[in-house]
Design a protein around this ligand. Structure first.
Ligand code: NAP
Length: 318
């Protein structure tokens, strides 16, 4: 089967497509024929081996075996079932985030533990499903689990037009919040279509100068300082930071933010992914797809994502 591989850390020029042996599922795994995968900034962080602390997990000098084939988001069809796998059957259409389950979605096939997957709703296609797990779960975790979003809350979403932001705007709207998005001029209409009442154009105004206060800030960029967050929050407001704005930002927001300002991370789990799948099925949430690339164009796709200009999700089709 064909896979997208890297042997050493570096830019997109390190990415190549090669043939490897088709894997066999272990006892609790299923073999998925990949129909679509999505890429996320974490894939280019793995590719570059930055920030360096990530290498404790991905390999110090070069990516270790588990991280040589990129791709966390996968959607496909179960082709073979491990001996102890009891929930899924051959032919099931599934999707999931496999970052903590072996990674390697940019491939024709991948073996995944059942617990990482949920059934794909019939009303969404494989590309739409592939775009969901990492981005939607990040938004869900920040807004719902950390942010305790509630009806009527004033919510600010920075980076509202990206992979995570487009889900965050829709989810905040779904939970009854009044949503203000932040984007550049060309994305104002997209963010409004996702459900934002108001969009602040960061090319025309300094977001930190707002006189308005927000009950919840969801920052998918990471370019505001601790004091700017504080200035924008109501007294008991919370700020979920998911965007990685560099080490200074990580330290500022992550270590010094207190209980109201947190770098939030999530661990994929079936229960939350099922919640998201249900919202897709009920048409309350949909995937905004920017571009679709083939497996051979994976380097091109990552190069594009690295520009931080994607409007929604970037999808790879094997
Ligand atoms: N903590 C976690 O678990 C977790 C999980 C997933 C992602 N993340 C992080 O979250 C961030 C966003 O991820 P993503 O998948 O949404 O990335 P993405 O799709 O690459 O984001 C691209 C979007 O960011 C917008 N953007 C860029 N600079 C901006 C600025 N200064 N102000 C407002 N918007 C800006 C762009 O819109 P314009 O062209 O309009 O500027 C573009 O639409 C990344 O840093 C990623 O590493 C963290």
């Amino acid at each position: 089967m064909r896979v997208v591989k890297i042997d050493r850390y570096g830019g997109p020029e390190e990415i190549y497509v090669t043939e490897v042996e088709k894997p066999t599922p272990a006892d609790h795994e299923v073999l998925i024929k990949v129909k679509a995968a999505a890429i996320n900034p974490l894939d280019w962080h793995v590719m570059r081996g930055t920030p360096y602390f990530m290498r404790a997990m991905t390999g110090v000098f070069k990516p270790n075996k588990n991280f040589q084939t990129l791709g966390a988001d996968v959607a496909g069809v179960v082709e073979q079932v491990g001996e102890q796998a009891s929930h899924l059957k051959v032919g099931d259409a599934v999707f999931g985030d496999i970052f903590n389950y072996g990674y390697g979605a940019l491939a024709e096939y991948v073996c995944v533990p059942e617990e990482a997957l949920v059934l794909k709703p019939d009303n969404i296609n494989f590309e739409e499903a592939a775009g969901v797990p990492v981005a939607a779960l990040t938004a869900y975790h920040g807004l719902r689990k950390f942010g305790s979003i509630s009806p009527g809350a004033e919510v600010l979403i920075n980076g509202a037009s990206g992979g995570v932001g487009t889900f965050a705007v829709q989810l905040a709207k779904y939970y009854g919040a009044n949503v203000t998005g932040v984007s550049s001029t060309r994305n104002v209409s997209l963010v409004k279509e996702c459900g934002a009442e108001d969009v602040l154009d960061y090319t025309e105004q300094n977001i930190a100068d707002q006189q308005r206060k927000f009950d919840l800030i969801f920052d998918a960029v990471g370019n505001l300082s601790l004091s700017e967050y504080k200035g924008l929050l109501t007294k008991n407001g919370n700020c979920a930071v998911v965007g990685f704005g560099g080490m200074a930002h990580l330290i500022g927001a992550g270590l010094l933010g207190g209980k109201h300002i947190k770098m939030v991370d999530f661990k994929a789990n079936q229960k939350d992914l099922q919640t998201i799948a249900d919202l897709m099925e009920s048409h309350d949430l949909s995937t905004v797809i920017d571009r679709t690339y083939s497996l051979d164009e994976a380097a091109e796709a990552i190069k594009y994502l690295e520009t931080s200009r994607a409007q929604g999700k970037v999808i790879i089709i094997p």
